[in-house]
Each structure stands twice: as C-alpha cells, then as structure tokens.
Write a protein that binds this ligand. Structure first.
Ligand code: T5A
Length: 210
C-alpha cells in the first residue's frame, strides 16, 4: 500500500491554521480521498488532551523546561499511537501544529537552546518528520486581533506580550529559510488568497511524489 502523507500547518495564534485545515480536508474529500485524519498539538490523544488542558490553563505556573517536556510527551504519544499507524495504512494526516511549534515557541518565545530542543526531538522521534509544512505567516498583532474578535478569552500562551510572539515569528521564518519542506504563506491576505496558496503548495507536493 502507498504510504500516506503528513501535512502540517504552523503559525502564530489566529494565523488561520484550523480554517485552512478544514479547507484542505474538503478539497481532498472532493477529490475522492476518504482516509483523512486531523490532529492537533498539544493534544489528539486522551493523554495529550490532559496535558493540553494543563499547558493552556492561564492559572498554571509552568517553567519552560516542564513546558517543553510536556509538549514532547504529548507529541510522542500522538505520533506513536495515531500518526504513524494512520500513515502506515495510507491515510492523509493533517496536523494543526507539530515539532516546529516547539522550536518557535519554546526556542524563540521562551529562549530555550534550539540544539537542546533538536536533541530531545531526535531522542523521542528519531527521524520522523512531516512531509510538508505550511507556515501561515502573520504579524502577531493581526493574529491576536483575530483571536480576540472570537471573544472566548485568552489561554496561557495568548496572555504573553507581543515581543514573545515576535521572537516566535523570527524562529519560524529562520527555520523555514533553511528547510525546503516548509512553505511560507502570507496569512494576512484575504482568506480566498490564503486557501488558494495552500491548494497550490499541496498540489505541488502531491505532484512531486507522483
Ligand atoms: N505550543 C504548541 C507550544 O508552545 N509548543 C508546541 O510545541 C506546541 C505544539 C496551542 C498553544 O500551544 C503552543 C502554541 C499555542 O499557543 P492552539 O489553540 O492549538 O494553542 O493554537 P492556536 O494557534 O492558539 O489556535 P487558533 O485557533 O487561535 O488559531 P488558528 O487555528 O491559526 O486560527 P483559526 O483558523 O481558528 O482562525 C482564527 C480566526 O481568524 C479568521 C477565522 O475565521 C477565525 O475567526 N481567519 C481569517 N480572517 C481573515 N482573513 C484570513 N485570511 C483569515 N484566516 C482565518
């Protein structure tokens, strides 16, 4: 059986990841793809959803090292019990965040050593990586403005200052510059333009794998 593929959406709060995943899922279904699995990180398994609720709770005091390790505990549980088995049976896995978020948020945002993060990744995930990452790039103020307009209150990360998000964006863009599997999309554009760019990038990738 042809192995599946793992396509991940990354970006700041409010950049449009969930919206674009729904668009891509519909696009693939309209072409007859039936086996599509959506994941989110942190989360996506019973264990990881429990960690997610701690990680996002504004009343929790979480030190950066604990935050990083909980992100990887959540991720490795998801990869081993959901993502890998889905890919092995040929599914399309559409991820709302993955490893690049740890580089950007814990590395850029919290200022943790990127080499330490890479070594944790190697230790728990080996060479497992997404096939394609779509980085929805947006100015933090614009992204958080969209989050606030939903009116559901801010989580623990969303309460951080703008500088935290500026550092995250810098790491996102720096990582993308050195990795051809990460495509940067201007997420400040009108939605139809953003989804059009998503469709083009995914087409390109699917053509390249035949
Ligand atoms: N985290 C996560 C880490 O620190 N380290 C890690 O390793 C990982 C995995 C998770 C938090 O955890 C952190 C990062 C995060 O802070 P989350 O809830 O999963 O949090 O992620 P968020 O980014 O906070 O999710 P959001 O729902 O806020 O953002 P989305 O999914 O990017 O945005 P979406 O699609 O919900 O859109 C937001 C609003 O904007 C509108 C939509 O309709 C919606 O109302 N919109 C647009 N409006 C105009 N133009 C466009 N182009 C639009 N696109 C979307």
């Amino acid at each position: 059986m042809k192995p599946g593929c793992f396509i991940v959406f990354e970006g700041l709060e409010g950049s449009g990841k969930s919206t674009c995943i729904s668009f891509l899922e519909n696009m693939l279904r309209s072409r007859g793809v039936e086996d599509i699995v959506r994941t989110r990180e942190p989360g996506g398994t019973t264990l990881a959803e429990k960690l997610r609720s701690i990680l996002l709770d504004p009343s929790e005091q979480v030190v950066p090292e604990a935050e990083l390790l909980m992100m990887y505990a959540s991720r490795v549980q998801l990869v081993q019990t959901v993502i890998r088995p889905s890919l092995e049976r040929g599914a399309y896995v559409l991820g709302d965040r993955h490893d690049l978020s740890s580089m950007a948020y814990q590395g850029g945002g919290r200022g943790m050593d990127l080499e330490v993060i890479r070594s944790i990744r190697r230790a728990v995930l080996g060479d497992f990586r997404p096939d394609l990452t779509l980085l929805l790039d947006i100015d933090p103020e614009a992204g958080l403005g969209r989050v606030d307009s939903r009116g559901r209150g801010r989580d623990r990360f969303e309460l951080e200052k703008l500088d935290f998000y500026r550092r995250i964006r810098e790491v996102y863009l720096a990582e993308a510059a050195g990795d051809s599997s990460i495509a940067v999309i201007d997420a400040s554009a009108p939605l139809e333009q953003v989804t059009g760019a998503v469709a083009d990038r995914v087409e390109e990738y699917l053509c390249s794998r035949g």
